[in-house]
Design a protein around this ligand. Structure first.
Ligand code: NAP
Length: 283
């Protein structure tokens, strides 16, 4: 029997509805996105986030800065948004043009407004098991697992990829949910040996069909984060044939992607609530 599809679009619509209700209850929630330069993919992502935010009733400010913006100018803009009381969530779209120091820019974002969860303070809190603002992609995946009643406690979770925005936070969230976690990366020897033992497999690499159907454990849950654009369309890191072995699988498109955007909106509400003292930032 083929795997049950984890419907990211439907779940994202539900999360966005929840966000809209929270925004209404809070009265006003403000978001600012900052995009430097003209990277086409980044433009698409920012526009999707802006549209989704506006649809949820979030007051969304869309700052588009020229590609030759200096680091000082960008840091000054971030500083202004940090101290702007109308801004609850602040997102700087990555990657930045090469002349800008990404770490320095991320460090400048006020941790309480860091709705991408990439500031060292937020990353450190996750590492300590005291998460506050967590990157949207892994947060959305945890919500998917919860929604489909997929047991993480005691499960062997294998995460392929160790980026700061997906792989590492994913591994920490799974660890916090009591999975036994293996992290694989480009230097991992015999990837298949690890993936075949995965009850939950998360592929976050960006290599078309890196995970073959023969690398997936029967009855497992497969989460495909990969976004590989080809002339024939958008494809994931996992061969769709894996659905013949897995019990649950996320599609590409329509899986993790829509959830990422929805969770960025949820993070905006989380930040807004914390800024109003409605939740404690400590766990
Ligand atoms: P990234 O920063 O490029 O990280 C890729 C990771 O894959 C690295 O840790 C790398 O290992 C590892 N890797 C590369 N080749 C490998 C191999 N042959 N075997 C095992 N591991 C290998 O990418 P990212 O930002 O995490 O994104 C990963 C993918 O997810 C991309 O396709 C991206 O477009 C997609 N994505 C999707 C969403 C969404 O919303 N759907 C959100 C974010 C990202 P090393 O560390 O050793 O180099």
């Amino acid at each position: 029997m083929p795997a049950e599809t984890i419907d990211g679009r439907a779940l994202a619509a539900k999360v966005r509805e929840e966000v809209a209700q929270e925004v209404e209850a809070l009265g006003r929630v403000g978001l600012a996105t900052v995009l430097v330069g003209a990277d086409p993919a980044s433009h698409v992502y920012i526009n999707l986030k802006q549209k989704a935010a506006q649809a949820a009733g979030i007051d969304a400010r869309d700052l588009k800065l020229p590609a030759d913006t200096s680091e000082e100018e960008l840091l000054a803009t971030i500083g202004e948004l940090n101290s702007d009381d109308d801004v609850d969530g602040l997102l700087v779209q990555l990657p930045l043009p090469d002349h800008l120091d990404e770490a320095r820019v991320i460090d400048a974002i006020a941790p309480g407004k860091d709705i991408d969860g990439i500031h060292p303070l937020n990353a450190g809190r996750l590492y300590l098991g005291r998460p506050t603002l967590v990157p949207g992609t892994p947060l959305g995946i945890m919500r998917m697992l919860a929604e489909y009643d997929i047991e993480t406690r005691g499960a062997h979770a294998v995460v392929i990829g160790r980026s700061a925005i997906v792989g590492k936070p994913m591994a920490h969230l799974l660890l916090q949910a009591h999975a036994t976690v293996t992290i694989c990366h480009s230097r991992t020897v015999d990837l298949q040996r690890h993936t075949l033992d995965a009850d939950i497999l998360v592929a976050a690499v960006g290599r078309l069909h890196l995970v073959g159907a023969d690398m997936v454990k029967a009855g497992s849950t497969v989460v495909d984060v990969g976004m590989n654009r080809t002339d024939d369309g958008l494809f994931g890191d996992v061969d769709p044939g894996a659905a013949e072995r897995a019990a649950y699988m996320t599609p590409v498109p329509g899986g993790v992607g829509p959830m990422t955007i929805a969770m960025v909106l949820q993070n905006t509400v989380t930040a807004a609530r914390a800024r109003r003292g409605l939740v404690s930032s400590a766990s």
